[in-house]
Ligand binder design. Structure first.
Ligand SMILES: [Mg+2]
Length: 432
């Protein structure tokens, strides 16, 4: 029996995620990597942080140290690459900008994932998912999968399913799948496979008889809130179909830190955006320092409101930093490099920055030539002190152009060219 038209037009959420992002970004510019097992290594060529499906098929575990893989690389035909965050940041910016054209609202969730607000009949939603997937492949050159559902949690689950079951061909609309199949999937998957459930909580959940995602979806949300947290209760509600996960302002992932929020009043000028970017630059600085990290690449982005489908705009830019840093002056300057991409008069309802290529502070002794004078003078601490005392926004940093510095020396023996951000490293096309 078909549902009433109003039900069928319910707003839904599409979760778009690039498959094996770092390996796919490398393949976009080096087609010889297609079909080969590829691993991308962490900083200093330490261990495998991304594996292509062929590398996974070889049984290479995530995080496997390179020194263990190297002796067998030739026999396997395994290609290892140093992480090229400048390339990944730029590809990410391109994917997000493109996705913004397919939806009136977009939330950048991580370097290779976004949530999009979508509407339509099940057929239209599936169509939109397929169109988006094809467009990212064609225009940016990386493969994505799309999961569409009524909540973010279910959209992420649908995406995972689309990735693992070839029958979906990369696009899964949750509500279009027969209920019995959805149940059987949720019964097969352990609770830790769901977004938002930390693996350390598995034992406690199991103690309550909650083993599978299906068990969790049938749990009493209030009991879950009382025994665990509001966060876990939201997961239960989302599994039951009630959207309740808001956009979070700050997220730290395995290899990235994101600050993003929507504004009560849209930003319409570069001057307004400069202030926002300064705040983010300083927040990122404080957060990096708190976690004992430095970043080497910054991506900045903004977007228009989903309530205003006219004049949509989702500009983004990727900025390599002159050295690994948590310095507020350098981070703010880098974020300001975004300003020329702002169209005056457009009503930006959301903006954010993402810092990547993270590494522990003080891992390498800086050569005096590259020492950062701001870190020396404790500008970061000063800014934090003033902010603590006089409130957020009481002190800010001026703006200036970013001066390109020498690239930071680090072990990166297998680094691909920065195809999209350096003129002298552009990919070459040979005419026959
Ligand atoms: Mg991904």
């Amino acid at each position: 029996m078909s549902k009433p038209a109003t039900m069928r037009q319910m707003p839904q959420i599409a979760h778009v995620d690039v498959n094996c992002f770092y390996a796919s970004a490398e393949r976009a510019f080096d087609p010889s990597l297609e079909g080969k097992p590829v691993v991308v290594l962490s900083n200093n060529d330490g261990c495998a942080v991304t594996r292509s499906p062929e590398a996974k098929a070889l049984g290479i575990p995530l995080g496997e140290p390179w020194f263990k893989l190297a002796p067998r690389a030739r026999e396997w035909g395994l290609v290892a690459l140093s992480s090229n965050y400048e390339l990944y940041g730029d590809i990410s910016a391109r994917v997000m900008e493109l996705l913004g054209r397919y939806s009136a609202w977009l939330e950048v969730y991580s370097i290779d994932e976004a949530f999009l607000g979508v509407k339509g009949t099940p057929e239209e939603l599936l169509d939109l998912g397929r169109t988006t997937k094809a467009a990212v492949r064609r225009n940016v050159g990386v493969p994505v999968c799309v999961g569409i559902a009524g909540t973010k949690t279910l959209a992420k689950l649908a995406n995972k399913w689309a990735k693992n079951n070839p029958a979906f061909d990369g696009v899964c609309h949750w509500d279009s799948v027969p209920a019995a199949d959805r149940e059987s999937l949720m019964r097969r998957l352990s609770v830790i496979e769901i977004w938002g459930v930390a693996s350390r909580l598995t034992k406690r959940l199991n103690g309550l008889g909650i083993h599978s995602i299906l068990d969790l979806s049938r749990a009493d949300p209030v009991m879950i809130r009382d025994r665990f947290s509001v966060v876990m209760m939201r997961t239960v509600l989302e599994l039951q179909g009630t959207p309740c996960i808001p956009m979070e302002e700050e997220r730290i992932g395995r290899d990235q830190l994101i600050f993003s929020r929507s504004f009560a009043t849209p930003i319409t000028t570069a001057a307004g955006m400069r202030q926002v970017m300064s705040v983010y630059g300083q927040q990122a600085s404080a957060r990096l320092a708190k976690h004992g990290l430095q970043a080497k690449v910054l991506t900045a982005f903004a977007g228009t409101s989903h309530f205003n489908p006219k004049d949509t705009s989702y500009p983004s830019v990727c900025v390599p930093l002159p050295m690994p840093t948590a310095d507020p002056v350098l981070l703010t300057r880098a974020a300001h490099a975004f300003l020329p991409h702002i169209n005056e008069g457009i009503r930006y309802a959301r903006a954010g920055i993402m810092v990547t290529d993270l590494r522990p502070t003080g891992n390498q002794a800086p050569l005096s030539l590259f020492e950062n004078p701001h870190e020396e003078r404790h500008v970061g601490t000063l800014l934090e002190d003033v902010t603590r005392r006089y409130g957020r926004g009481s002190i800010g940093l001026g703006h200036a152009g970013i001066r390109g510095g020498p690239d930071w020396t680090m072990k990166r023996d297998m680094l691909s060219p920065r195809y999209t951000t350096h003129w002298d490293e552009l990919p070459l096309v040979k005419a026959a």
